[in-house]
Write a protein that binds this ligand. Sequence first.
Ligand SMILES: [Zn+2]
Length: 159
Amino acid sequence: MAISEKITKTTTPTFWEGEIPVNYIYTFGLAGETFFRAVKDRGTFLATRCETCGVTFLPPKAYCDRCFAKLEKYFDVGTTGWVETFTVSFKNMDGSDKKRPRILAMVRIDGTDGGIIHYLQGIPFDEIALGMPVQAILKPKAERTGGIEDIVGFGPVRK
Ligand SMILES: [Zn+2]
């Protein structure tokens, strides 16, 4: 179908093959940079809190998305949390079978209203449960670059 043709059947998916050149530079923003700098340098997570709304943001936000208050105080919330929900992936992106299933979880970080979606590791498949405590697994400090890949996943809470 050429892009100039009139669409007459709105229930039939339509597409045009081609390429759209996109050049961009992604930045974390002020709050994101503060968060990843703490992960890299201190091995911990920082959050912001809106005292008016009583919401603790993790990842931190520079502004409350409910009342638009500027949030400037960051505080350490550690790297532990609990499994709020999870899913199991048996297939690779190309549809082939994975050698072993991977578990992707939404981990709610303790003391916050937010969380991080990441892989669970080092937990036997049949022991994974909603509400189970977990802790972030970070790369060794010397290998951290200040990005999301500094967080390897979540695993059992270390004592
Ligand atoms: Zn607020």
